[in-house]
Write a protein that binds this ligand. Structure first.
Ligand code: SF4
Ligand code: SF4
Length: 204
């Protein structure tokens, strides 16, 4: 197998810090190319982290005090900078068709804006989030196109869904769980390549 390329290398903490803004911007761009199925799994099962400095704008929009917000919506205060919303998220509603609706969509927390790409540059819940699975599939196609995997690896990925986990750990050591196809580390390099791919497809 070819050497693991720079593109898939895990970044150092210093590089991560430097690249965070770029990563956020690119992530939002990449997410525009995927559809959320509005199943509400993430909002009802994944605890949402809220940065204290995001709180003020949410308080303004809701027109309530911090104390009221904490009583009504906060599940856990981690420290002076971080808190978790209650779980399931109290802002989750359903429309007449049972589709998830976020009551604070226009000013929802950054973590929600980035889901299923995570603040720690990981791809969450490819098993329960269909959008995460779609992103994962695109990344794997990218990987297949770029690095000429062996026939055996291609077969593993394309034919047998269960074996995708083995495939991931064979090509992305250190960045993917051997047990489950979650927590795939998404570098800015991968995001750029995805955007290039979408741009190329648009111009074809
Ligand atoms: S779990 Fe995924 S598909 Fe379902 S609402 Fe959340 S982001 Fe959308
Ligand atoms: S704030 Fe909105 S998007 Fe975020 S978890 Fe709650 S309902 Fe979902």
């Amino acid at each position: 197998m070819k050497e693991i390329p720079e593109l898939f290398r895990k970044l150092t903490p210093e590089e991560e810090k430097r690249n965070l803004i770029e990563w956020l911007v690119l992530s939002k761009e990449v997410l525009k190319h995927f559809k959320c199925y509005r199943c509400g799994e993430c909002c009802s099962k994944a605890p949402v982290l809220l940065l204290k400095n995001e709180l003020n704008s949410i308080l303004d929009k809701l027109g309530i005090t911090e104390t009221e917000f904490i009583e009504k919506y906060v599940g856990k205060i981690v420290n002076s900078k971080l808190l978790y919303l209650k779980n399931p998220c109290p802002f989750l509603e359903r429309d007449d068709n049972g589709k998830a609706v976020c009551k604070i969509y226009d000013f929802r927390p950054l973590e929600c804006q980035l889901y299923p790409l995570g603040g720690t540059n990981t791809l969450y819940n490819t098993t329960s989030c269909k959008m995460a699975k779609d992103i994962f599939d695109e990344i794997m196609k990218l990987r297949l196109n770029l690095y000429e995997p062996t026939e055996e690896q291609k077969k593993m990925f394309l034919d047998k869904k269960d074996d995708q986990k083995k495939f991931i750990s064979s090509i992305l050591p250190g960045s993917a769980s051997k047990e489950k196809a979650t927590d795939i580390f998404i570098t800015t390099g991968i995001l750029v390549k995805l955007l290039d791919k979408f741009e190329g497809e648009k111009n074809e």
